[in-house]
Design a protein around this ligand. Structure first.
Ligand SMILES: [Zn+2]
Ligand SMILES: [Zn+2]
Length: 241
């Protein structure tokens, strides 16, 4: 049987100001469905309405274990230019355990240039602060998947398969399938996340999982479907979970 998720590693709280649940509500929701872990990953500061740097730098006051759930302190940083620059610095990430790097239309001016996006993602792959490449199937920011996916693997980046893509970025679904197929071919680890902006969506990624099942994606490459795999991954980054 295709595995279930044991952790949701991309979620937003009220602090992002276009999400609607408190951090407590998000953790409660994770606890109610028996998740092992939830990562709180509000948007980096260049997203309109995003919290300031102190929000992230103060996350250490939140318990690591709450309501039986490992609460991972993270950020969804924005890629803000075609050099792969992020809107978070090393000082801020040193307070965090998990960094997703994503392109959003709101924070990277669109250019009709696949080579530029390809180069951007190669730079992000090389950035040691980054754990995960967030929802990179965006139709408006296509890149050379064949070239870059193995490079993500070479630099130890996880590739996200994002449930919200199937709801709010439907035009990206075909790209996500290609990305997943290349991860399968090159043995690149993925995380499957809800990108929940509301508590009822925590831990839910049925369409993403269905797509992976349909392409015969190897379950051993899904990091957040297995506690030991997650622990091994985080141990490599000196984080105990
Ligand atoms: Zn958002
Ligand atoms: Zn997000």
């Amino acid at each position: 049987m295709f595995p279930k998720l044991i952790a949701d590693l991309h979620t937003h709280t009220l602090a992002s100001t276009h999400a609607y649940s408190t951090l407590q509500e998000m953790v409660q929701a994770a606890s109610a469905i028996g998740l092992y872990a939830i990562a709180i990953t509000d948007h980096g500061r260049s997203m309109p309405g995003a919290p300031g740097k102190w929000y992230f730098e103060n996350m250490g006051i939140i318990p690591s274990h709450w309501m039986g759930v490992r609460v991972i302190k993270g950020i969804e940083a924005n890629i803000t230019d075609y050099y792969g620059t992020l809107d978070v610095d090393e000082f801020t990430t040193s307070s965090l355990e998990w960094v997703i790097a994503s392109i959003h239309r709101e924070t990277l001016p669109w250019r009709d240039d696949i080579d530029a996006v390809t180069n951007t993602y190669i730079q992000v792959a090389k950035n040691p602060l980054v754990n995960v490449i967030g929802h990179s199937g965006h139709e408006a920011y296509k890149y050379d998947y064949e070239k870059v996916i193995p490079i993500f693997g070479d630099y130890g980046k996880l590739v996200e398969i994002n449930e919200a893509t199937f709801n709010v970025r439907k035009e990206s679904v075909a790209n996500c399938v290609k990305i997943a197929e290349l991860c399968k071919r090159h043995g690149v680890g993925v995380v499957v996340n809800s990108d929940a902006h509301f508590q009822m969506l925590v831990g839910k990624a049925p369409r993403a999982l269905q797509m992976l099942e349909e392409i015969g994606f190897p379950s051993e490459l899904i990091i957040n479907a297995d506690a030991r795999k997650m622990q091994n991954y985080f141990a490599q980054h000196n984080i105990e979970i």
